[in-house]
Design a protein. Structure first.
Length: 202
């Protein structure tokens, strides 16, 4: 009986986490594929050059989300819900403060990130437009994804999977809408990510 419970719990978490990881990996590939097909190689280059900034934001919410959720799960396991909630609050607060600090630094020194990531003068105007939207969306991305990281630890792996898959599918759909039908060029891809994230968070 105990073995059956353990196995059931294992698959309850394994399958959603596997599908979530698969969706996250495929989203980057599909996003690049949509941009390259609807626009051109210059737009794809801009998206790829912004990858370093995205990696920093991903590292932040992974650090706060995964690290915080481990501490959360530990204290939930010993029925210390007060301490568990404190770790959740600390993780969210750190995500808010850190991402806000990055955004403020980017707005105070607007040329630093573009100069580090984009060495092409021809692509610079397009890159500046694209990265400005990503900077604006960074706090939402960091805080929301940190919060979503706690769902499996709180006993809701299915909800975490649905959010991540839904967010990435809607991101691809909005890429097509914003780029092909609203003619927003590469900046449409940045807005698609921001809008998809906020809609699914709500």
């Amino acid at each position: 009986m105990f073995r059956k419970v353990v196995v059931d719990r294992f698959y309850k978490y394994l399958i959603p986490m596997f599908l979530t990881a698969f969706a996250l990996q495929m989203s980057e590939f599909m996003d690049s594929l949509v941009v390259s097909n609807l626009l051109n190689s210059d737009a794809l280059a801009v998206v790829n050059m912004s990858g370093a900034f995205n990696s920093v934001i991903s590292a932040l919410f992974s650090m706060f989300g995964i690290g915080g959720s481990i501490c959360y799960a530990k204290y939930q396991g010993i029925a210390d819900k007060t301490t568990a909630r404190k770790y959740y609050s600390i993780a969210i607060t750190c995500a808010i403060l850190t991402s806000t600090a990055i955004v403020m630094a980017c707005y105070c020194y607007p040329d630093v990130v573009p100069e580090m990531l984009c060495k092409s003068n021809a692509l610079r105007p397009m890159f500046d437009s694209y990265i400005s939207v990503q900077v604006m969306a960074a706090p939402f991305m960091c805080v929301i994804m940190t919060a979503v990281s706690f769902l499996p630890a709180a006993g809701h792996p299915i909800e975490s999977m649905v959010f991540n898959i839904g967010f990435n599918v809607s991101n691809i759909i909005l890429d097509v809408v914003f780029i092909k039908y609203l003619h927003m060029s590469v900046i449409g891809a940045a807005y698609a990510t921001a809008v998809s994230l906020i809609v699914w968070a709500i």
